[in-house]
Design a protein around this ligand. Sequence first.
Ligand code: MF3
Ligand code: CO
Ligand code: CO
Length: 271
Amino acid sequence: MSINLRDTDGMVGMRVAGRLAAELLDYLTPHICPGITTNQIDRLAEDYTTRVQGAVSAPLHYAPQGHTPYPKSICTSVNHQVCHGIPNDKPLKGGDILNVDVTLIKDGWHGDTSRMFMVGHVSIAARRLCRLSFEAMWKGILQVRAGACLGDVGHAIQIYAEGHGLSVVREYCGHGIGRNFHEDPQVLHYGKAGTGELLQAGMTLTIEPMLNAGRRDVRSMSDGWTIVTKDHSLSAQWEHTVLVTDTGYEVLTLSANSPDVPAFVLSPAKT
Ligand code: MF3
Ligand code: CO
Ligand code: CO
């Protein structure tokens, strides 16, 4: 495994790309309501990324080994879809929960972030799943600092998720990110504290847990991309790109309208 470290220029580039990715989600947010199709959201994203931000959508035509080229500019995963949902012409309806995952390239650097959106009036169980998966991502982020290890991140997420009766998807993980969309290391969202690769200052990683309300098992659809829960239970995911620092972390995918961080991030002693 070879892990790239950012120098000062790389950090600047990653900060810019990260902020733009978060600002793209800010831009999309008011459009996400009952009746809009995920294809319409995809078009809005592509236009904003290219015309306003002067950036490139990383998912469009992305073709990792064993996959057909990804056909759209963003991923939209609705309800029991876990990740990599392909935008289509079906209108969103009240009660849906939706992950919008955006990745853009600016000056060669990648910013990758996703949020959950609740469409119209959403059930209490779905709201709880969205909130707990947001908190689980932050539990992982709080572990990040030079000298910690990847197992600490995965463990914190797993303990929090399973402690609230949710399951952690195993087949997909966070990743190193920089000039490449997906780099080493793999960032598992489960594991054992004190194990795995040591974090070093200058690493840039994503943390993007997928949590299911039911069983953790997933399967992939015949479109070659969309991942769904086997038991059709709801699934939720949030994603940030973070920089490892000597004293902790810097979240690179923040913007003016990023959701407020959980209270335990500001006063970790309380939980
Ligand atoms: N953005 C996803 C991630 O967080 C990857 C999507 S790959 C795509 O890693 F091709 F589906 F866009
Ligand atoms: Co990612
Ligand atoms: Co992503």
